[in-house]
Write a protein that binds this ligand. Structure first.
Ligand code: ADP
Ligand code: MG
Length: 866
């Protein structure tokens, strides 16, 4: 066994309990890292790797960071995928060679790193847990900085992945047993828990204890049996890593995917809700256009509303009603928004208080924020809008908390507690005494200075203080002959000497003692204030939630007014009728030109699927996206960029944007395209809205056109009702579908020519485009006349070839259909029913693949022989 110093032995003992984290080992003013931790961290943090002592002659690698700025380093490590265990010295150094006790006080993980300044105030930081159940997955996630805590269950793994992608957790917890899920979530930070999953009964107990309730019944989450295990796992994990009881986490909200308009992650990207496809920038996105919120809480809530629009008519209409009211009453809105400007991130401050990570400035920010609450409440309580009224009714003015902080903490405190100076005079008499000692001390020092200068006749005699030597009297070399006998030499500098006197020493003991005592006492008072605020955290959280809602409602009415949006009608029928609709983002980007509005009408009768053709750059994609964005805006409670809009509620939005339109992703696009199309065919319902922009582009023309055609047919026929689809395509062949299916209708985006130039009219009109357009463009581009003429000839013969012998479009021919027609004729013949009987009798569940093939072959022979 190697000989180890006690300190290294202590380190190794602690490290053995936190093997998967980088241990920040507090030593005085530094956090030190050793061994492999030091090697890894020095690289990531770009700091010098040194060494300290050795084991059997081999040096122990070490590196360190100063404790007062450690958060930046922690943040860097977290971003590089590490966890950090913060190990502090507890208790005072014992002296006599014994080492100070140390303990890990917190493990910082990606899903729990919520320090101010290190994260963006508009971002949610989610920690998520997934547990595999019998036939479904339990999913739970939390933002510990806001205590938003949700649970659901999802039956299939691709839906699960879609939902998780939407949440974008910073960290996912999986049980070892479910480790195979790790592959599905390879793009995330996954933490494997090396223990069996909690039992349902244990989970219920953990959650009941956490929320301090007797039953979970009130939360309505009892049906999510596996979900509850995921939620309880999160609570346990947080308790272990945060070493705190997390008092602000007080409830769990169950949800199901059906409560919201589902926009999967692909569509969130395609529609550029939060970042643009090409640059990934936050500018020029729908969120950017809509975000006129004032508080960080509001901005986060707006994000949530946009990501999870509603499907419940009543709730959507309530939001519209509040937005309408605030839009009309400009003065009210201005006043409320003015007051909101005084409100800080109460939600996160509250969370920091609960985790005991708040500093004096946090408390003052909370107090200042609370100061604006009564004003907002008064403004809204008189309004005639029931939704706003009820929000105001629920607002708690938190006066007691404001008073408490106001009386205890100075208005402009330091951001940390180590030097004291933040507790107000008059709050605590013991503290007042100590303050006066140290204040009197200052006066005493200046009197002493005067006295000593007079006594010695040394004009430039100074009295100073430093940490090592304490108080001293400084005399320059030139004046040394003047010093009195009672001066005791302490230190020699280049041009001066430092002395102390008995008097100064006595004084020092008294003052420094008082100063230490004062810092300790302030700390104690601070903790007691934190305790008291913490015990009211639920009220703070509720008020912060309401403030966020008011902020978002004001924001939506502000945006509606600025951009001339109208209130959409929402109902339960299948129509989507948009009159003079505009693209909310592109219209803002246009400076010289006007954005041309368009009518888009989808109904259940004769235009459920709109095939939209038109040359490149005509504006097809814009029309598709604007329709989807208007639906999302309407259902999140916003007004919409249109003259009028009526939306028959949409349950899910699907988008498929063709290969050439998302080259930035650079993956094997055709495969991706087809996987997504398969998803649309499988999961869309008659209530869904499907946006297909140029599908089939990633493959050869014939393949592409055939797939596009078949997909359109399938969507038309789906569930006997069909799905609402906007289908932009450059395959003119597809326009023939309109002749064959009653609910498919053709549209095109108009263009015209003027003096060698193509003019884009940007207007959507009924009917298909003329096919000669490409050749006209070729002529405009200067292709010689004879080549153009020859191209026309070829085109016309190709067109003829696309009709079958009966003059029907070539594409319309279908073996399946012929067969159907025939079999309908033979309905009374015996063959049909015999076939049915045969097929029904097949026991597919028990068949081997080989048997299935043989059976299929028999069927084929039968059909062919009759
Ligand atoms: N309604 C409109 N009014 C004004 N400009 C438009 C309109 N629609 C599209 N544009 C402009 O035309 C460009 C191309 O539109 P896009 O929809 O991508 O065409 P397509 O999909 O037909 O190739 C857009 O980037 C936009 O700048
Ligand atoms: Mg396009």
């Amino acid at each position: 066994m190697a000989r180890l110093t006690p300190m290294i032995r202590q380190y190794l003992e602690i490290k053995s309990r936190y093997r998967d984290a980088i241990v920040f080992f507090r030593m005085g003013d530094f956090y030190e890292m050793f061994f492999e931790d030091a090697e890894k961290a020095s690289k990531v943090l770009d700091i010098t790797l040194t060494s300290r002592g050795n084991i059997d002659g081999e040096k122990i690698p070490m590196c360190g960071v100063p404790y007062h700025s450690y958060l930046g380093y922690v943040s860097k490590l977290i971003k590089s995928g590490y966890k950090v265990a913060i190990c502090e010295q507890i208790g005072d150094p014992k002296g006599g060679g014994e080492i100070v006790e140390r303990e890990v006080v917190r493990v910082v993980t990606p899903g729990s790193f919520i320090e101010r300044g290190e994260i963006e105030s508009s971002d949610d930081i989610y920690l998520c847990c997934i547990v595999r159940g019998d036939a479904l997955y339990g999913l739970s996630f939390i933002d510990i900085s806001t205590a938003e805590f949700k649970v659901t269950e999802i039956p299939v793994s691709d839906q699960l992945l879609a939902e998780v992608r939407k949440i974008r957790p910073s960290e996912i917890l999986l049980y070892e047993r479910d480790e195979e899920l790790k592959d599905i979530f390879y793009e995330f930070n996954v933490e494997i828990l090396e223990r069996p999953p909690l039992l349902e009964s244990e989970s219920i107990k953990i959650l009941k204890d956490q929320f301090e309730v007797n039953s979970l019944y009130g939360f309505g989450c009892e049906k999510f049996k596996t979900g509850i295990v995921a939620a309880a796992t999160i609570v346990e994990y947080l308790k272990e890593t945060q070493k705190s009881s997390l008092p602000h986490i007080r409830g769990l909200r169950p949800y199901s995917l059906g409560e919201y308009l589902i926009i999967d992650d692909t569509s969130i990207r395609n529609l550029e809700l939060f970042s643009t496809i090409r640059r990934g920038s936050k500018k020029d996105t729908l969120f950017d256009v809509l975000n006129e919120t004032i508080t960080p809480m509001g901005s986060r809530l707006l994000k949530r509303w946009l990501r999870y629009p509603l499907v419940d008519l009543k709730s959507i209409r309530e939001r519209h009603e509040a937005v309408f009211y605030l839009k009309e009453d400009l003065i009210l809105r201005e006043k409320v928004r003015e007051a909101l400007k005084g409100i800080h991130d109460m939600e996160r401050i509250n969370a920091r208080i609960c985790l005991r990570r708040a500093n004096p400035r946090d408390l003052v920010a909370l107090k200042d924020s609370i100061g604006f609450v009564p004003e907002i409440k008064d403004l809204l309580i008189d309004s005639n809008s029931p939704p706003l009224n009820s929000l105001a009714q629920q607002m708690d003015e938190l006066q007691d908390i404001k008073d408490l902080i106001e009386n205890a903490i100075v208005q402009d405190p330091p951001s940390h507690t180590r030097d004291g100076g933040y507790i107000r005079e008059g709050y605590d008499s013991r503290l007042d005494e100590l303050i006066s000692i140290s204040r009197d001390g200052k006066r005493w020092i200046s009197q002493l200075l005067e006295k000593e200068q007079k006594r010695t006749g040394i004009q430039n005699l100074k009295i100073g203080y430093n940490k090592v030597f304490g108080y001293y009297i400084e005399v320059t070399k030139a004046n040394l002959h003047l010093i009195p006998k009672d001066y005791i030499r302490k230190q020699t500098l280049v041009g001066a000497e430092r002395f102390i006197t008995e008097e100064l020493k006595r004084y020092e003991e008294r003052v420094l003692g008082a100063e230490d005592e004062k810092i300790r006492l302030e700390q104690e008072i601070f903790e007691s204030i934190i305790d008291r605020v913490l015990s009211e955290n639920k009220r703070i959280k509720e008020t912060a939630d309401i403030i966020a809602q008011i902020d978002v409602l004001c924001c939506l009415s502000e945006v509606a007014e600025q951009n001339n949006y109208t209130c959409p009608g929402i109902d339960e029928n299948m129509d989507i009728v948009i009159e003079e609709g505009r693209h909310p983002v592109i219209e803002k980007r246009m400076v010289d030109e006007e954005f041309i509005p368009n009518d888009i009408v989808i109904n259940d009768k004769d235009q459920k699927i709109l095939i939209i053709t038109g040359p490149n750059m005509a504006g097809k994609s814009t029309i598709l996206r604007q329709a989807a964005l208007i639906v999302i805006m309407a259902q999140m409670g916003s007004f919409v960029p249109a003259k009028s809009a009526k939306i028959g509620i949409v349950d899910r939005i699907f988008t498929r944007i063709g290969a050439s339109d998302d080259i930035s992703l650079g993956q094997s696009t055709f495969m991706v395209e087809m996987t997504e199309t398969a998803n649309i065919l499988r999961n869309s319902t008659p209530r869904s809205l499907v946006i297909l922009d140029e599908i089939g582009r990633g493959t050869s023309t014939y393949d592409g056109v055939s797939i596009a055609w078949a997909v359109a047919e399938a969507l038309h026929d789906k569930d006997g009702e069909g799905v609402r689809v906007l289908f932009a395509t450059h395959y003119h062949e597809l326009t023939e579908l309109a002749q064959l299916r009653p609910k498919i209708k053709n549209f095109h985006v108009k263009v015209t020519e003027w003096k060698d130039r193509i003019i884009f009219l940007r207007k959507l009109a009924e009917g298909a485009t003329s096919r000669s357009y490409g050749i006209q463009v070729a002529r405009l581009a200067g292709i010689p006349d004879e080549v153009i003429e020859r191209a026309k000839e070829i085109l016309s013969s190709l067109e003829k070839a696309q009709m079958d012998e009966l003059g029907r479009p070539y594409m319309a021919r279908s073996k399946m259909r012929k067969r159907q027609e025939l079999s309908q004729l033979s309905l009374f013949g015996g063959r049909d029913s015999e076939l049915k009987k045969w097929i029904r009798s097949l026991k597919i569940e028990t068949m081997t693949p080989l048997n299935a093939l043989l059976e299929l072959n028999k069927l084929k022979q039968y059909v062919e022989s009759h």
